[in-house]
Design a binder for this molecule. Structure first.
Ligand code: FAD
Length: 566
């Protein structure tokens, strides 16, 4: 079954390029306007803006992106005979070197990616964009890239936040973006086995819509759900907002096809196998450095008959963590779990543009509670099972000192779960630094990691004269620990904005690793984290990965700028 066309992201921000008048780019990348995002006053109420000004010592100012026409793009370095060979293989219409295609495939959507594009810098744009249509074509394409000495960077939804698409190459060879947007079919649905087989370019909304018609669901819902693809999720080992219940994307992949310059690997044997080490694990998290994922078989589940989300309040972060830990130990975790620390809870209370904030304030007032820490929990499934799980979890939460804030608080969170990246564009327009980072740690190490990351960010940004607001939540919970997601806001240093964030990120990464956190829980390594990979897996671990890459990609053309350190 072919999937309908999927919308493209704006070049300088988030959101479909033409979903609303305000986010359109005046036709195309050759248009005259900058991407126009809503004014901050439209997306954040006065109280929240005042809170930010007070906390950050920031005065709102207009710092809009440069017009799209003024984004600097160097001429393509792809030689004409190379372009002809690619066109011969894929068809002329599937090889583009035009400005619009190259700009749309320049980098991902991290703060630094957006900053560069907003300042008119597209130095990381590929030299060409190609669109293979099958596994065989992709394998032939990678072999041709090896012959031509051209770097190939797989491109799914373009939502990487770790420099996964930057195309960095130590040898400075031409690079092509391998866009998987033609491989968006749902190939097969095996209802009896709860398996669906799809092309790598399929996005969440289109797959869920297809599955819904058969009473099924994948249930993988990251905040980037509207744009990210199945191939991208597998390549980065993504985790969705309901990962506590449905599992990480790794858990949902039953098998996949990996096209490499040395041939095609078919990996995974559902439902389970003991035929040696699981090679599927090599492809999951390979970030395009071993080849291109061209097909995936995914585990699906019955579409939930009921969804129940609610809010709870803990007096403190420590009490909240203890409550989650107790639920985890007794195997009573909800499907969605999100515990905000006091700084994030305060921000939630002030974000009065969302109905959820006033509901939350009202609910806390009624129960005579101070802000404390907000917990959002959600259960999905058969009504009787949800009821029973909810009751059991409620008794643990009450025992841990939490107070129930009610269903409307939880539902308000669910309705706005994809809103933050849209707001980010308006915050950037108003002169702010806005970025997130994430890790995971055992229950024992988590409080130390939380303190260490916040301390490092405050110190590093404070040293440059900017006091940040650092907000965190726990969002993917396991029996042994949980992930920690951190949002940072600060007055942007307009003279050296990139260095401002790079020094803060370096300090935070060193701190979280020293405190016992993992380098990344779900954003992947990309170009940004690779200097630290050896600290995570050890020198022998890096050598093993290098050996695998050498066997599959001897000319090092598959996304050489990610994963492995120089
Ligand atoms: C606003 C926002 C919110 C986000 N929220 C979440 C979240 O909640 N959870 C989460 O896990 N992540 C999140 N992310 C990160 C990002 O969405 C994920 O990493 C996602 O898995 C990337 O998918 P993609 O299709 O956009 O891949 P891309 O960004 O296109 O690529 C990511 C990496 O994978 C490689 N790649 C892509 N497709 C393939 C393929 N078929 N074969 C081999 N390699 C491939 C690329 O070369 C690149 O290195 C968020 C990002 C943003 C911008």
């Amino acid at each position: 079954m072919a999937v309908p066309e999927q919308p493209e992201l704006t070049i300088q921000g988030w959101g479909p390029r033409d979903a609303t008048g305000t986010r359109a780019e005046d036709g195309d990348a050759g248009g005259v306007e900058a991407s126009a995002f809503p004014d901050l006053a439209e997306v954040l109420p006065k109280a929240a803006r005042r809170h930010l000004s007070r906390e950050l010592g920031w005065t709102p100012r207009r710092t809009p992106p440069v017009p799209v026409t003024q984004i600097r793009l160097a001429p393509s370095r792809l030689a004409e005979d190379g372009r002809l060979r690619l066109a011969e293989l894929l068809g002329e219409e599937h090889v583009s070197t035009d400005r619009e295609a190259r700009l749309r495939h320049a980098g991902g959507k991290s703060y630094l990616d957006l900053l560069r594009r907003r300042e008119g810098d597209a130095s990381d744009a590929p030299d060409a964009v190609v669109r293979p249509g099958s596994t065989a074509e992709t394998a032939a394409l990678l072999a041709l890239c090896s012959e031509l000495g051209v770097v190939a960077v797989p491109f799914g939804g373009g939502t990487s936040v770790v420099g996964g698409l930057s195309g960095v190459d130590a040898d400075d060879r031409p690079s092509i973006s391998v866009d998987l947007g033609r491989m968006t079919s749902v190939h097969a649905l095996d209802v009896a086995s709860s398996l669906v087989t799809v092309g790598p370019g399929v996005r969440g909304p289109t797959l869920e819509e297809h599955l819904e018609r058969h009473g099924l669901s994948l249930g993988h819902l990251p905040q980037s759900w509207e744009f990210a693809t199945m191939g991208g999720y597998a390549a980065t080992r993504s985790a969705g907002q309901a990962s506590t219940g449905v599992g990480r994307f790794d858990d949902l992949v039953a098998g996949l096809t990996l096209a490499t310059p040395s041939g095609v690997l078919e990996l995974g044997s559902p439902p389970a196998s003991a035929a040696g080490p699981d090679l599927l694990g090599l492809a999951l998290g390979s970030e395009g450095a071993l080849g291109v994922i061209t097909e995936l078989t995914l585990r699906v589940r019955p579409e939930p008959r009921t969804r129940h989300y609610e809010g709870w309040s803990f007096r403190s972060w420590e009490a909240g963590l203890a409550g989650l830990q107790r639920m985890a130990r007794h195997d009573l975790l909800p499907d969605v779990v999100r515990l905000s620390d006091p700084d994030e809870t305060r921000a939630e209370l002030l974000d009065g543009s969302r109905a959820g904030a006033s509901l939350l304030r009202g609910s806390l007032r009624l129960r005579r509670r101070a802000a404390g820490c907000l917990l959002v929990v959600g259960w999905e499934g058969l009504p009787a099972a949800v009821r029973a799980r909810r009751r059991a979890a409620a008794s643990v939460l009450r025992g841990a000192g939490a107070v129930r804030l009610g269903r409307r608080v939880g539902e308000a969170w669910r309705r706005h779960r994809y809103a933050a990246p849209y707001t980010r564009d308006s915050l950037l327009d108003a002169g702010l630094l806005v970025e997130t980072l994430e890790t995971a740690a055992t229950w024992t190490a988590l409080p130390t990691v939380h303190d260490a990351v916040r301390g490092a960010l405050r110190e590093a940004l404070g040293r440059r004269g900017k006091r940040p607001l650092v907000m965190s939540h726990v969002s993917h919970v396991y029996a042994t620990g949980a992930s920690l997601y951190v949002t940072v806001l600060a007055d942007r240093d307009d003279a050296l904005p990139i260095q401002q964030w790079l020094s803060a990120k370096r300090a935070a990464t060193d701190a979280l690793l020293s405190a016992g956190g993992t380098l990344t829980h779900h954003h992947a390594v990309g170009a940004d984290h690779r200097p630290w990979l050896e600290r995570e897996v050890g020198p022998l671990g890096v050598e093993v990965l290098r050996a695998v890459k050498q066997r599959l990609d001897p000319r090092n053309v598959c996304n050489p700028g990610v994963l492995l350190p120089d």
